[in-house]
Design a protein around this ligand. Structure first.
Ligand SMILES: NC(=O)c1ccc[n+]([C@@H]2O[C@H](COP(=O)([O-])OP(=O)(O)OC[C@H]3O[C@@H](n4cnc5c(N)ncnc54)[C@H](OP(=O)(O)O)[C@@H]3O)[C@@H](O)[C@H]2O)c1
Length: 255
């Protein structure tokens, strides 16, 4: 895994960190910390269940059990993270956890599937953002010498190209997932406009099509490569990217 050294948040929290891209993000930061002389990033993984791969990293990270649809657990996690990071606050929140069920089209998508998908992919992000905003603000204030960036205070929401309204012409499959990500893009924009007053930058990224439980084995990108590409985006983000929906190479995706 390539490590991008200029990008050095003091702390990072990743949701859905037990597998897929969430796990790769955690591995990335652990590897970066192990480089000789590297400035240390406090790595906090959140997942609703432990996995053998995440368990192997426990010596190098802090772990908190969090189901993002459980508001009590999310609030409790914010209290725990506050104790871990102290007055430094939290530099980077990566809202990664999501589900994609396979209901086909509008008639094939049950009301239950729609509710569950919005609850996880959109309302879960809102719960995390609300609860962690004070810690992100603290990070921005405690590093007032830094420009607005992912090292200072940022929220990165994992969206998907499938959530682009402009890009949805023929493909109506995965209706609930597409609706949830379109909603997430608007949520990201609202967060960006609101939280910039606290010097917190918010943006969403499309990871590319990656081999994970969600992406499937036929995807062209490994999870590791997708995460390297997203880390590069995070490392390059500045005030002008606030509210953007970005893909590899800092290219914007149409909402
Ligand atoms: N892979 C791709 O090609 C692709 C493309 C575009 C966008 N994305 C986005 O990238 C992100 C990561 O996707 P992925 O490919 O890594 O998916 P994945 O392999 O299916 O992993 C999803 C992760 O989300 C967690 N999760 C689901 N519901 C949760 C909940 N209620 N609370 C906490 N964690 C929960 C899962 O935990 P459990 O093990 O407990 O289920 C798992 O860790 C998602 O936001 C996805 O929409 C992926």
């Amino acid at each position: 895994m390539k490590v991008l050294l200029p990008f050095l948040p003091r702390s990072v929290l990743v949701t859905g960190a037990n597998r897929g891209l969430g796990l790769e993000f955690v591995k990335y930061f652990v590897k970066k910390n192990q480089l000789p002389g590297a400035q240390q990033t406090t790595v906090i993984s959140c997942a609703r269940k432990m996995s053998p791969e995440l368990e192997e990293l426990l010596e190098d990270i802090h772990h908190i059990d969090v189901d993002v649809t459980n508001e009590v657990q999310v609030n409790d996690a914010a209290s725990k993270v506050s104790k871990i990071v102290g007055s430094d606050g939290l530099s980077l929140l990566i809202n990664n956890a999501a589900i994609m069920r396979h209901g086909k089209g509008v008639s094939g998508c049950s009301v239950e599937e729609m509710k569950e998908t919005l609850d996880t992919n959109l309302i879960g992000v809102h719960a995390m953002t609300r609860s962690f905003q004070p810690l992100l603000k603290q990070s921005a204030e405690s590093q007032a010498d830094l420009p607005i960036s992912c090292s200072r205070a940022a929220i990165c929401n994992l969206s998907a190209e499938l959530g682009s309204i402009k890009g949805t012409n023929k493909n109506f499959l995965y209706t609930a997932y597409k609706v949830s990500k379109a909603g997430l893009n608007m949520y990201t924009k609202c967060s960006a406009v609101d939280l910039i007053k606290d010097n917190i930058i918010c943006f969403s990224v499309h990871p590319g099509w990656a081999q994970t439980g969600l992406g499937g084995p036929q995807a062209p990108l490994s999870g590791e490569t997708a995460v390297e590409d997203m880390i590069e985006i995070m490392g390059n983000c500045n005030k002008k990217h606030n509210g953007a929906f970005l893909r590899k190479g800092m290219n914007s995706i149409m909402f």
